[in-house]
Design a protein around this ligand. Structure first.
Ligand code: URA
Length: 210
């Protein structure tokens, strides 16, 4: 059964996302805002991390307290725009492992091809969170999810800032077991595969390229 998309509905995220959408937001502010939105998303996505009771000595007494148990998640960044979100996730989850997938899309066919893939050796013992700001056609998302699932990860979450209905449909049609988390579902894709109203090219806006 398909897992419903989780649209993270929070006033701070909505406000920051509106600033990110503005064409007058410069790369330095854009990067900071994406990092801040990613903190808030990381907080939501990790609500179900397992805990175990451990004993600590406070300055006053010994106490049984909850701490995270097992290996931290692996954050998988889809290059290059995923790196904007990766930074925010790592600030909230400093012990996370990191993987990278390099995917490039042909501007005329929108087909994707992989040029880089590097995951931690123990990724199968972790949950994975794929980060990529824009779920547009879904071609990159489907390719990234396929490659990460080949690594036998436990749970798999896909986190993006903006999702187009077309991209959600494509990813859900290919993989029902993936949780999709987004800050917004936008209206549609245009003829160039850009999300409308969107925020433009996330990689270019992060890194000041055109
Ligand atoms: N990738 C982007 O960076 N922006 C879009 O709108 C779609 C894909």
């Amino acid at each position: 059964m398909t897992i419903p998309v989780n649209v993270i509905d929070h006033p701070l995220i909505k406000h920051k996302l509106s600033l990110v959408r503005s064409r007058s937001t410069a790369p330095d502010s854009f990067r900071r805002l994406i990092r801040e939105i990613s903190w808030l998303m990381a907080y939501e996505l990790t609500r179900d991390l397992p805990l175990e009771q451990v004993t600590v000595d406070t300055p006053v007494a010994s106490a049984a307290v909850p701490m995270l148990s097992g290996k931290a998640p692996c954050i998988v960044s889809v290059l290059r725009a995923g790196n904007g979100m990766l930074d925010g996730f790592l600030e909230v989850l400093p012990s996370a492992a990191v993987g990278h997938i390099g995917l490039v899309r042909d501007p005329s066919t929108l087909a994707v091809s992989e040029y880089y893939f590097k995951m931690p050796a123990d990724i199968a013992e972790r949950r994975a969170i794929i980060v990529d700001p824009m779920l547009a056609t879904g071609h990159s998302a489907v390719a990234a999810v396929r490659r990460v699932l080949e690594c036998s990860v436990g749970k798999l979450q896909y986190a993006c800032l903006l999702a187009a209905p077309e991209g959600i449909a494509a990813l859900q049609a290919a993989y029902t077991e993936v949780e999709i988390h987004t800050a917004s579902i936008d209206d549609r894709l245009n003829e160039y595969g850009y999300i409308v109203p969107g925020l433009g090219d996330a990689g270019d806006r992060l890194f000041g390229t055109t």
